[in-house]
Design a protein around this ligand. Structure first.
Ligand code: ADP
Length: 463
């Protein structure tokens, strides 16, 4: 177009002036075209530099900066970009500072289970520098350490298993998990694996946090040893007292007057209750220290249950409870159970049914069922006080007694059901109940068809 205009002007003024004008136009045109070309080339170059910087920063190199060579739009863009990179560095540094300030060992891992970041405490725990830990698999780092219990009640059957495998499995399955007791270099840790998600909800890795519970465990161990020692010391004289009282009441030392019989009977009752309490305390300390073993032997369940009923019901004799026992229609095969432990559980359920029922109109129904292809189910039903709804979820807790238990005016401790639950679940069964206030309560427990699972003492505290 410019050439057209030059030609038109040239044509209208003629001669040398016209050609000079034409050349001037051509020069102006070429200069403008060159300016546009160089401007474009420079813009493309700066944009390329900006893109390259963006790539490097996205790749993790937060030290890179875009060149700011002008005040134009691209210059402003590059400047804003650099400010953004600076904020990213600040945010990442802040996170690093927070992580390193946490006194407990902490690893941040990617979804494949490789370490992305680890704090000082974590390096110290495994005796490796943070650099040595980076990109290493958490399975290898924690491998070899043993873990005792997990969030699952079935686990922790005795010998302990590999912490590295347990943690890596939780990470790969994007599962939040808690491992109660992990033994690392003579210390004990509670290990928590928590899944991390980005702002879009996509899994971006996990945090493995270790909480040092060595001191708490030492105190627990001392408490447990004290209870165990005290209970053992109390058990022997109590057994002797009970023997002699039984002989006295049986008339082995001559006839007693009615008053003497009454007083000796009271002493005998109190001493038996104390023996039960001492036994419960011993069991709790064995459970807490992982020393309660389950040793099943083949047992004819119907006869065994009948025997336990015979032992418990006379004790609650004055309550005048009617007791029915419904056996399975066909004789059961012999089932391996730990007679001592299952006996204690049943005694507790039956004596509770007696204790928490109104004297004089108490009816207890005990039922043994063979739920074929499933399990053996034992239930103890009473028509007693029941357990208030809002207290039912706490009934298996250690030392818990429902508010209406006081009505029973009994010597309860709140330990029986805690022990029962531990024994039945450790043996592979289940225990639960249904209850309605003033109508009654039914406790159920199951035993696997293969019998109670054997349990050795579990991994011990490193001494
Ligand atoms: P204890 O009977 O020594 O208190 P347990 O652990 O056996 O200890 O029972 C805990 C609590 O559960 C009792 O204090 C009582 O409140 C409630 N409980 C247990 N069995 C029954 C039952 N059959 N009927 C009503 N309440 C019961």
């Amino acid at each position: 177009m410019l050439i057209g205009v030059a030609w038109f002007l040239g044509a209208s003024i003629s001669g040398r002036a016209a050609s000079a004008l034409f050349i001037a136009f051509i020069v102006i045109f070429l200069s403008a075209a060159a300016a546009v070309f160089f401007e474009r080339a420079s813009t493309v170059k700066r944009l390329k530099a900006l893109t390259q910087t963006a790539r490097l920063i996205t790749g993790g190199d937060l030290t890179k900066r875009a060149p700011v060579v002008s005040e134009d739009d691209i210059g402003v863009l590059a400047h804003s970009f650099n400010t953004m990179a600076e904020s990213l560095i600040n945010a990442s540094e802040e996170t690093k500072v927070i992580i390193s300030a946490i006194p407990e060992p902490l690893f941040v891992v990617n979804p494949q289970g490789n370490v992305v970041s680890a704090n000082l405490a974590a390096s110290g725990m495994v005796w490796r520098t943070e650099k040595e830990l980076l990109h290493k698999s958490i399975r290898d780092i924690l491998g070899g350490a043993l873990v005792r219990r997990t969030e699952s009640p079935e686990a922790g059957s005795g010998g302990g298993y590999d912490l590295g495998i347990a943690v890596a499995d939780a990470i790969l399955a994007s599962r939040t998990a808690i491992f109660d007791e992990a033994f690392i270099k003579r210390r004990i840790f509670e290990v928590t694996v928590t899944t991390l998600r980005n702002y879009r909800g996509k899994i971006s890795g996990s945090i493995v946090m270790m909480h040092d519970i060595t001191h708490r465990k030492e105190v627990d161990k001392m408490k447990s040893e004290f209870v165990s020692l005290a209970s053992h010391q109390l058990k022997t004289p109590l057994t002797t007292i009970n023997w002699f009282l039984e002989m006295l009441l049986a008339g082995d030392a001559g006839d007693l007057t009615d008053a003497q019989k009454e007083y000796a009977g009271e002493v005998y009752g109190a001493s038996r209750r104390m023996a039960r309490l001492v036994n419960d305390l011993l069991n709790v300390s064995r459970i807490d220290s992982g020393k309660l073993k389950i040793e099943p032997t083949p047992t004819q369940l119907e006869d065994f249950v009948q025997g336990i009923i015979g032992q418990v019901v006379p004790v609650g004799g004055e309550s005048k409870c009617g007791v029915d026992f419904e056996k399975p229609p066909e004789k059961l095969p012999q089932v391996p159970v730990d007679q001592n432990l299952l006996g204690q559980v049943l005694q507790n359920l039956i004596s509770n049914a007696v204790k928490y029922s109104p004297p004089g109109r108490c009816q207890i129904m005990i039922k043994l069922e063979n739920r074929e292809n499933h399990d053996y189910c034992l239930s103890v039903r009473d028509n007693g006080f029941g357990i208030p709804k809002d207290e039912q979820k706490r009934i298996f807790e250690k030392f818990y007694r429902a508010s209406n238990a006081a009505l029973a005016n009994s010597d309860s401790t709140g330990l029986g059901l805690y022990i029962a639950k531990w024994i039945i679940e450790a043996a592979g069964g289940k225990i639960w109940f249904e209850s309605e206030v003033d109508k009654g309560t039914t406790f159920y427990l199951t035993i696997p068809l293969t019998g109670m699972k054997k349990k050795e003492t579990v991994l011990q505290f490193p001494s």
